[in-house]
Design a binder for this molecule. Sequence first.
Ligand SMILES: *Cc1c(COP(=O)(O)O)cnc(C)c1O
Length: 487
Amino acid sequence: MTDRAAPNAQGDLPTSELLVHGQRILAWIATYLDHPERYPVLSPLAPGDVRRSLPDAPPAAGESLDRILADFESKILPGITHWNHPGFFAYFSISASIPGILAELLIAALDVNAMLWKTSPAATELEALAMSWLRQLIGLNDEWFGLINDTASISTLLALAAAREAKPDLAIRGRGMAGRSDLPVLRVYCSEHAHSSVEKGALTLGFGLENVVKIAVDDAYRMLPERLADAMAADRSAGMLPLACVATVGTTSTSSIDPVPEIAAICTRERVWLHVDGSYGGVAAVSPKFRHVLAGIEGADSLVINPHKWLFTPIDCSAFYTRHPHVLKRAFSLVPEYLVTREQDEVVNLMDYGVQLGRRFRALKLWMVMRAFGADGLAARLERHCELARRFSEWVCEADGWEVAAPTPLSLVCFRYAPLGTSEDERERLNMAILQCVNESGDAYLSHTKLAGKYVLRLAVGNIRTEEQHVARAWELLRAAAQRMSA
Ligand SMILES: *Cc1c(COP(=O)(O)O)cnc(C)c1O
């Protein structure tokens, strides 16, 4: 009996299906990218809608790709919030560019697991090369070792684990932390505006949430270095051990940039590991005009930037750099017999530098994106986004009743509607209502934050297809909503 006679019994689908449906899917993607306005940016569905539209149990017999793709269009797509839409301005907008999308297809086709150099030399070596290229693009010298993680949250977790391993006297790798009277309390510092991933890392590593010390910020939401120094001194005199500090380049609420040079000087003096979280903002250094965002980086021990956030690479792709790869390796390397290879002393085996064994071939997409756009093309796109944000903030400044709520160093604008004669409570209600109204339009999606207790709106430009018309449309919707609320 041939395979053909029992298509469900064994083997993959025939490659003829790949050709037919692959062409259909590519055509669908092209139309999707050309006409994003066909879909509302924010999915209008209610909780449970998608789940209810699909069968509870898997099919016993295989189904045709025709039927599956029809359900993708009719049942899955309505439940999609379109992060790849140029009207997406919420959180930090991201984009899957065409070279990145094509790379993902190749990555899936090869299905490489880059856990060891030997399990795909090109995957490990291209990761080193892509990290070197990106390092050069952001102006880091060659002391930095880089690898790719899924997310910044994991990169920051690795940084905190390395910080702990950098104090070998603590002997935590072998002995753990529980039940030990000889261990001091370990303290981690970040600003009030640091990302929640710092706390998640601390709780994962068993430092305890109460040992993440939140340092106050100035009126531009930047960490106050003198407060950091005071907090470390107070902790030391209480018998605790300052272990790590996380400075943020581009905070999540306002994109403020902590003063890394001053913070680095304190951390060097105190022998504290300095990790810089530049998940969004650090990417700006790809443009020579914004290279200053990484000022002082030579005094840091590790850095994360997210190409999946603002460098047109499909999620997931987070670039983690450290000047102390041997410390990271000491924290995580563990080689069971079945993973021993002949050349392990000559090569980098990426499994030695983190928690997980299996590793996607993410380097291919980052490498293809960097090649397809080039350093100048990437920089021009980032500069354009900052320019669009600057223009939007000017419109806000000039409009009656509107105000910009924080400095705009990069491509994120914090602002609100605050007409004269309204109370803070009324302003909060107004801005919440405006946000809901704009997000229900389907043309734009914005998010909010609170700054010094005040509810403010955020417009983050970062999608590769966003143009002035999309920002202008968001502004038109905002003003129309405000007018309706005030009427
Ligand atoms: C987005 C962001 C993160 C989290 O990124 P993930 O890759 O989703 O984990 C961390 N820090 C900052 C400053 C961010 O902007």
